[in-house]
Ligand binder design. Structure first.
Ligand SMILES: Nc1ncnc2c1ncn2[C@@H]1O[C@H](COP(=O)(O)OP(=O)(O)O)[C@@H](O)[C@H]1O
Ligand SMILES: CC(=O)N[C@@H](CCC(=O)OP(=O)(O)O)C(=O)O
Length: 294
């Protein structure tokens, strides 16, 4: 028989221990806006997620859409500003954020998953009271001065996740797809960083794994080399010395929080690589950077 065909069987068998490990478990996947580059990548992502579902794993998707929001704001001539990696969100921006995230991006992902043979349901944090939040009071350290409190407008921080709706969807065979928009106790709508929501969801549903798809191969050291594994201490050192910066800082902190909440392992992987999710979960080498407990 053709050697190539025989190798395919080896690849499938290599996945067996991982399929056993993840069978019946929940995996929370943060699907970043930068990882939604083109149609073929989006389709490949959807197929990986649906495959997980068919082999008995429960995937939960929490998505971003930062670049997509940026493009819509530009079309509408609404200026856009970031502080500490977070979007300053005034009333007009909040409307666009909700429209783009809970509308367009969410439904596109749902459609791709359904086309790939899954049964996906899109929701925002408002549905089923899934995400409770409050206005974020962001304190920024200043040298020799008390921290500055920055007002980011409608930017929220998660106060609680109610996993009831997510659990019942999973139980009935659906793939929940969650947009990072929440409400506070007064019914005010907030824009929440998607990494933060994904991490809180991973903790609340007792996920076995938390995987974040982004636009780099993982966390890189000063020389630009991939760091395969990091614990909290090393991660904080790399943030402190400026190796980890920008949007990677909240991402790493979210991974540490998820691990603290009991999630077995968090993994930052390259969403630009087709099938990266399967390579990470079902091969011996894995890919990207893992963040583990102390
Ligand atoms: N040490 C580092 N290793 C890798 N990426 C880093 C590092 N420090 C900062 N970054 C930046 O973090 C970015 C990922 O964060 P972000 O843009 O917020 O991603 P996403 O949109 O997927 O949430 C990378 O594109 C990279 O520019
Ligand atoms: C407060 C805040 O910054 N919210 C983010 C929410 C989307 C997001 O996080 O998208 P990515 O994962 O693609 O970056 C924003 O408005 O861009």
């Amino acid at each position: 028989m053709d050697q190539h065909v025989m190798l395919k069987a080896d690849v499938l068998l290599e996945a067996l221990p991982y399929i056993r490990q993840f069978y019946g478990q929940t995996i929370v996947i943060k699907y970043g806006g930068h990882a939604m580059k083109d149609e073929s990548l989006k389709q490949a992502f959807a197929k990986c997620v649906v495959l997980l579902k068919y082999i008995g794993v429960n995937p939960v998707i929490v998505h971003g859409g930062g670049p997509q929001i940026g493009r819509m704001l530009e079309q509408l001539n609404i200026p856009c500003q970031f502080r500490e990696g977070l979007r300053v969100t005034d009333d007009a921006t909040m409307n666009v954020v909700e429209m783009v995230l809970a509308g367009k991006v969410n439904k596109e992902i749902v459609t791709q998953l359904n086309l790939a043979g899954g049964k996906a349901v899109g929701l925002s944090g408002k549905d089923g009271g899934t995400i409770s939040c409050r206005k974020l009071e962001l304190a920024v350290d200043r040298e020799n001065l008390p921290p500055e409190i920055i007002d980011l407008g409608h930017v929220g921080e998660v106060t609680a996740i109610d996993p009831t709706l997510i659990r019942s969807l999973m139980r009935d065979g659906f793939i929940p797809v969650i947009a990072p928009v929440g409400v506070d106790e007064h019914g005010e709508t907030y824009n929440i960083n998607a990494d933060t929501v994904a991490s809180a969801v991973a903790g609340a549903v007792g996920a076995r794994r938390f995987v974040l798809l982004t636009d780099v191969s993982g966390i890189l050291d000063k020389a630009g080399e991939l760091i395969a594994s990091l614990d909290r201490k090393r991660a904080m050192e790399l943030i402190g010395d400026g190796t980890i910066k920008g949007g990677m800082i909240p991402k790493v902190k979210c991974c540490i929080e998820a691990v603290d909440e009991g999630v077995g392992k968090a993994q930052i992987i390259d969403g630009r690589l087709p099938n990266s999710l399967l390579l990470e979960l079902f091969t011996e080498e894995g890919i990207g950077t893992e963040i583990v407990g102390a």
